[in-house]
Structures are given as structure tokens and as C-alpha cells.
Design a protein around this ligand. Structure first.
Ligand code: F0G
Length: 460
């Protein structure tokens, strides 16, 4: 008998109490935070959906693995276990640990990108883009056209447009494209998956031009699960084999292990090219540490090796992806449009559609994010004009293409009743959407303003 309820595939052994606040507490906390949810104390948040990065719960086996950690500076047993776990998954010979994903990006692009070169990706994540641009290279997003349409139900909206890639390479010359990257799943494009057929098509373009293909594979297991659900020929495959096949199509990868590594910290850079690996290791020693720990403790490496073994469990992935779908369905039922179909790690609420009375310059997605916090202590993140708008000299921002609020789901942390509660909060906010007001920025730094900017509600 198939039951309708997909239960959390774990039981809870250690609990962390939540701290309840009143609306008055939250109003005061939000004022002190300059109406920027990044400035809140986590203690003032009830359900924290700011990110799925590093916020997951470790398993009993991971906690046990911590105790096996070998803290030798060089050649630790923990590194050998980590290297073998990554090798088993990716088939890549050279495994370089880093403290998190962006450190791997900095080292990789530092070695390969130069001014005048172009790095294509389906959609660069912010840190990936920044690490490309800091070298003087151009980060170019080539996601497929469906990927730009929030409401399209296409199954693989994370795909990279292989024809656009071919055109880009022909236009700039293969010598000016040091690598092609594909982000699985496509976080900045709504957590949408990439099909195996698309990876093969991109691989073929790279082969024609002699360009290496790297994956930004933070959410490789969620991507594998979507392939099994949606792509012909994979219905009976195991997520681990699908993930191996994806890595098998690439020359290398960067991974933030704070996502599908099921770790609270960690990242890696892996590749097949021995010469490039040697150059990257030299860079690693400068800022991260010796190549067998790369800025992590031995115990972290052990917990990550265990996490990489656990994350491809079909029962876990079924629950994981279903949770996002369940929350997205609830938001839609409350009249809040979401990015369709739901991604694996997060639900993206379309604040631009819900709050069409608030112009982009008054930050509708920030208005929705603040309202969710004030209503029920739920913290999401604005992905709109506060994050991606371009400030201009006349002080009128160029708006971002979309006004979204991302509700990212930490791994194995919240239960279905927490998610039901979040759905009720969304519903309550949606009922008085027409009363919400926008915000304006009263202080902002020169770069990455969304992290620290201070805002005020616009006068009614
Ligand atoms: N690539 C992708 C696709 C990511 O989502 C992230 C992080 C990174 C690279 C960088 O990894 O944080 O370990 O340095 N995403 C987090 C998020 C921060 O909230 O989506 P990192």
C-alpha cells in the first residue's frame, strides 16, 4: 500500500528549543536590524529559511565520524577517507578540500580566468560570478529560455542553452573561453535541475572546441533525484548512479559541501587534470592550508565523507524534494505565485506578482520578506532589487528582472508541522497583501548591499 504522507525519514535524537517571540518583539527586532533580515539575531527568528547552506542537521553517523577525525597536519586518515568518498562519487582523481564553495571558486578561476576571457554558466551563483569578475573575466549566463520564465512548467529549466554556448564560443573564440560551468541545481534560477541530455549536449560543444567542463555541483543529489523523476530512461536508476554519470561528463567540479555534503562547513575542488590540480594546490596552500586539510579540521572531513555517502539515499531525497513541493503548493493555494515547478532546496515566492501595487524601486520582495517575519517569525531572503538592482547616480535603481523571496529549507531540520506553520504564515500575509508597503534604502555599502543595507518603510 502506498501511503500519501511522505514522513521524515529519520527520528530525532537531539532537540534544539525554538524561541517564541511576540509581534511587538519582532517589530522592535526588525527596527533595530534596519529592516534587513540579515541583521537579525537568529534568536529572534522562529523558522529560519534564510539559506539551506551549512544549516542542516548531521546524522548520528556523522557525529560519530567527528570522533574519528585525525587532526594530523599532513596526510591525515580523515583526508584519505574524504578523498575516497569524493573519488567514489565523482570519479575524479584530484580532490582538493576547501573551507567552503567560494574558496574553491576563487582558486579555480584564479588559475583559469583572465581579463578578456568569458566564463559561460547556466546561471552564476553570486559568489561564482564575483570570483569570475574579480579576475577581470566576464561571467555570462546562458540559461535556456524556459529558465527565464517563472511560470513555465518545463521539467529542466536549469538547462544551459547549448546553441547559445556554441554561438558564444564562435563569437569570442575558443581561446577566450577557459572553461564552461554548469550549476546543478541552478540556484539563482529557482533551484531548477539540469537534464543529463543537456549535460551531454554541453559536453559535446566543449569537446568540439577543446574547452573543459566544470560542474558547480552543490546540489548534485537533488539534481539526480529530479532526473530520476522527470527524464526518460532514468526512472529506475539510483540517485548515486545518476550523480556519478553527471560527474563522469565533467572534467572537474567545485562543490560547497554545506548543501548536499550535509555538512555545516566545507567545500571542494576536484578535477582530472594533474597539472591544473598541482597549480590549484599551490594556491590552496597560500590561503586555505595544506592540501590534505584545505582549511578544514580532520573531523570536518570525516563528517563530510559520511554526508556524501548519506545524501543519495532515495528515501531522504524523496522527502527532501517533496517538502519543497508541499510548501510551494501551499503558497499557491494561498494565492501567492511561486517559481514553477518548485526546486529542490527552496520555494521562491513571486513578490512582484503578489504586490503589484509596490513599484520595484520600493522593493516589493523585501516588503514580503519583512511581512513574513513580522507575521510569524519566518526568515527568508529577498532576491530582487535589493540584491540585484543596480544603483545609479541619480539614485533611481535599475530594478532586478524579478522580485522574489526565497524560502530555503535546511536539510533534516524542520518537520512537516513546521512547514504547515510556514504555510499558514504565508496565507495570513497574502490575505492582507494590499496593505503592505514598500521600503527604501537609507544606507548602503558599495558592494553586496543586501547583506548590510539599512532600510525604512516608505511613508503611507
Ligand atoms: N554555488 C552555488 C550554486 C551556491 O548556491 C553557493 C552558496 C555557492 C556556490 C557558494 O558556496 O557558500 O559554500 O561558499 N549558496 C548559499 C545560498 C550561500 O544561500 O544559496 P559557499
Amino acid at each position: 500500500m502506498a501511503y500519501r504522507t511522505i514522513i521524515e525519514p529519520f527520528q530525532i535524537r537531539s532537540v534544539d528549543p525554538l524561541r517564541f517571540t511576540t509581534r511587538a518583539d519582532r517589530e522592535a527586532a526588525l527596527r533595530t536590524a534596519g529592516h534587513n533580515l540579515f541583521n537579525l539575531d537568529a534568536d529572534d527568528v522562529l523558522i529560519d529559511l534564510l539559506t539551506d547552506s551549512g544549516t542542516g542537521a548531521m546524522s548520528t553517523e556523522q557525529w560519530a565520524a567527528l570522533m574519528r577525525g585525525d587532526e594530523s597536519y599532513a596526510g591525515a586518515r580523515s583526508f584519505r577517507r574524504f578523498e575516497s568518498a569524493v573519488g567514489d562519487l565523482t570519479g575524479m582523481e584530484h580532490v582538493i578540500p576547501t573551507h567552503q564553495g567560494r574558496a574553491a571558486e576563487r582558486i579555480l578561476f584564479g588559475e583559469l580566468a583572465r581579463p578578456g576571457t568569458v566564463v559561460p554558466n547556466n546561471t552564476h551563483f553570486d559568489t561564482t560570478r564575483a570570483n569570475v569578475e574579480v579576475t577581470g573575466a566576464e561571467a555570462r549566463d546562458l540559461v535556456c529560455p524556459e529558465g527565464r520564465d517563472l511560470r513555465s512548467e518545463e521539467p529542466f529549466k536549469g538547462n544551459l542553452d547549448a546553441e547559445a554556448l556554441e554561438r558564444t564560443i564562435t563569437q569570442v573564440g575558443s581561446g577566450a573561453v577557459p572553461l564552461v560551468m554548469v550549476t546543478i541545481t541552478n540556484n539563482s534560477g529557482g533551484g531548477q535541475p539540469v537534464s543529463m541530455a543537456n549535460l551531454r549536449a554541453v559536453r559535446a560543444v566543449c569537446d568540439r572546441h577543446g574547452i573543459p567542463l566544470f560542474l558547480d555541483a552543490c546540489r548534485f543529489a537533488e539534481n539526480a533525484w529530479f532526473v530520476i523523476q522527470r527524464e526518460e530512461g532514468y526512472a529506475d536508476a539510483h540517485p548515486r548512479d545518476v550523480a556519478r554519470e553527471a560527474f563522469g561528463l565533467a572534467d572537474g567540479c567545485t562543490i560547497s559541501l554545506k548543501k548536499d555534503g550535509l555538512g555545516n562547513i566545507g567545500g571542494l575542488l576536484a578535477m582530472r587534470d594533474a597539472d591544473l590540480a598541482e597549480r590549484c594546490r599551490t594556491q590552496l596552500i597560500l590561503t586555505e592550508g595544506f592540501p590534505t586539510y584545505g582549511g578544514l579540521a580532520g573531523r570536518d572531513l570525516d563528517a563530510l565523507a559520511q554526508g556524501l555517502a548519506e545524501v543519495t539515499d532515495p528515501a531522504y531525497l524523496r522527502y527532501r524534494v517533496r517538502t519543497a513541493e508541499y510548501l510551494a503548493d501551499a503558497a499557491e493555494a494561498a494565492g501567492v505565485p511561486t517559481v514553477r515547478p518548485p526546486g529542490g532546496h527552496a520555494v521562491y515566492l513571486d513578490a512582484g506578482a503578489l504586490l503589484d501595487h509596490i513599484p520595484a524601486q520600493q522593493l516589493p520582495a523585501q516588503a514580503l520578506a519583512c511581512a513574513l517575519y513580522l507575521e510569524g517569525g519566518v526568515r527568508g531572503v529577498e532576491i530582487g532589487t535589493l540584491m540585484f538592482g543596480r544603483p545609479s547616480p541619480d539614485a533611481v535603481d535599475t530594478p532586478a528582472p524579478h522580485e522574489l523571496v526565497r524560502l530555503a529549507l535546511p536539510r533534516r531540520v524542520y518537520t512537516q508541522s513546521h512547514v504547515d506553520y510556514v504555510a499558514e504564515v504565508i496565507d495570513a500575509v497574502a490575505r492582507r497583501a494590499d496593505q503592505l508597503r514598500g521600503y527604501h534604502i537609507v544606507w548602503q555599502p558599495r558592494w553586496l548591499r543586501h547583506f548590510t543595507a539599512r532600510l525604512e518603510p516608505v511613508a503611507s
